[in-house]
Design a protein around this ligand. Structure first.
Ligand SMILES: C[S@@+](CC[C@H](N)C(=O)[O-])C[C@H]1O[C@@H](n2cnc3c(N)ncnc32)[C@H](O)[C@@H]1O
Ligand code: SF4
Length: 395
């Protein structure tokens, strides 16, 4: 199957900061407990060297969104973030008014720090609240209590942030539907522009995986989710992705670009990038070395790049489906062609099968999941797994 890219998709920039005060027992992100001082200056220098090395992948293109994630980026000083963003601007053109998000842990912030981030150019904050309940927060090993979570929201508003996301999780150890809905209502009462409402998943390589906590069963989790969805809808939040809810016009542009299979540069320890090359007619994925110590040692050398590979057409189809079908609005045939460089006929038979089985539907040219397709998303995605992978699995 040959690619035919006529344009390159929008470009984003992800910046990973890999340190946290303490490792949470449920977390499998590339995050490491801080021991001693964070080598902030050395890491900012390493990030900018990393970006410079990636620049040939993005010549002449404009960055539309920036996301500083972690780990806990709010452990960095406003001066460090300012230096980082100035360095980024010196390397690449940023779209005027580009969304620039920074993730913050309520246990690491105050008004002055938020005001400094705002001054540095950050215009969207994502606060890792998880819960407001003191018992829940303790169960999941958070470094902050409910009062600090509320204080962080107030401090963010006072510092001038008018685009705030709150991360909340449900299905926490010992949490019933009532407690989950109380958390959600408290979040709604603070009127964030965006709410990410995640079901806690137990990931391999975490403390919770080795010591599974007692949680609601599948039926209980389903009830929590349905009643939470109703609460969010009644409060005028619109769901646009499996776990993402926003006020009208306020979805996260950066994450939307991932789900629409846009391009992104990824800098920082363990960061991933995906870039379309219209001249070479291919998509490349690249990742950086994961451990912060190695990352700092290897900055400025080619050994910083851990993996690079060019995607085969089959993988592009699967990856596209895996992202776009998370969106409530799904995708159009034209969007598929533009982002993958492949003819729509590539997936037409798979779409037809999924329409027949009631996992997908079409409205106004948009192919999207049905409620059943959302519930059985993994089953639906199996239809998009390349034949070769299915054969390999069967043999
Ligand atoms: C990188 S963290 C956010 C910033 C900061 N590190 C913090 O925790 O406050 C991204 C978000 O992913 C969610 N998350 C992390 N691990 C999860 C898991 N196992 N299940 C569900 N959500 C999870 C949490 O809501 C978390 O806020
Ligand atoms: S603070 Fe965030 S990134 Fe760090 S360990 Fe906890 S959930 Fe993971």
């Amino acid at each position: 199957m040959a690619f035919n890219f006529t344009v390159t998709p929008p470009l984003s920039l992800y910046i990973h900061i890999p340190w946290c005060v303490r490792k949470c027992p449920y977390c499998d992100f590339n995050s490491h407990e801080v021991r001693g001082d964070i080598p902030e200056q050395a890491y900012v220098d390493a990030l900018l060297a990393d970006l410079e090395q990636d620049l040939p992948l993005a010549w002449g293109r404009t960055v539309e969104t920036v996301f500083i994630g972690g780990g806990t980026p709010s452990l960095f000083s406003p001066t460090g973030i300012e230096q980082l963003l100035n360095g980024v601007r010196a390397c690449l053109p940023l779209k005027p008014g580009a969304e620039i998000t920074l993730e913050a842990n309520p246990g690491t912030v105050d008004y002055t720090r938020f005001a400094g981030f705002r001054e540095a150019g950050v215009n969207r904050l994502s606060l890792g609240i998880q819960s407001f309940d003191p018992v829940m927060l303790e169960q999941i090993g958070r470094i902050h209590d409910g009062q600090e979570a509320l204080a962080a929201i107030d401090a963010a508003r006072s510092a001038g942030f008018d685009n705030i996301n709150l991360d909340l999780m449900f299905g926490l150890p010992g949490q019933d539907t009532g407690l989950a809905l109380t958390d959600l209502q408290t979040a709604i009462d603070h009127a964030p522009e965006h709410l990410s409402w995640y079901e806690l998943t137990i990931e391999p390589n975490t403390w919770f995986y080795r010591h599974p906590p007692k949680r609601a069963d599948d039926a209980g989790l389903w009830e929590m989710q349905q009643r939470g969805n109703n609460l969010l809808q009644a409060a005028c939040y619109r769901r646009y992705e499996v776990s993402a809810w926003s006020r009208p016009g306020r979805p996260c542009q950066h994450n939307l670009n991932y789900w629409e299979f846009g391009d992104y540069l990824g800098i920082g320890a363990g960061a991933h990038g995906k870039l379309t090359d219209a001249a070479e007619q291919h998509i490349t994925r690249r990742s950086k070395t994961r451990h912060p110590r190695h990352y700092l040692e290897l900055a400025g050398t080619e050994r910083l790049i851990d993996t690079t590979h060019v995607l085969a057409a089959d993988d592009v189809v699967f990856e596209y489906a895996m992202n776009a079908l998370r969106l409530d609005g799904g995708f159009t045939a034209a969007a598929f062609r533009a982002a993958t460089g492949l003819p729509y006929s590539t997936i037409e038979p798979t779409i037809a099968t999924s329409l027949e089985s009631g996992l997908l539907a079409v409205d106004d040219d948009r192919i999207h999941t049905t409620p059943r397709g959302q519930r059985y998303l993994d089953e639906l995605l199996q239809n998009f797994v390349p034949e070769t992978a299915n054969h390999a699995r069967a043999s």
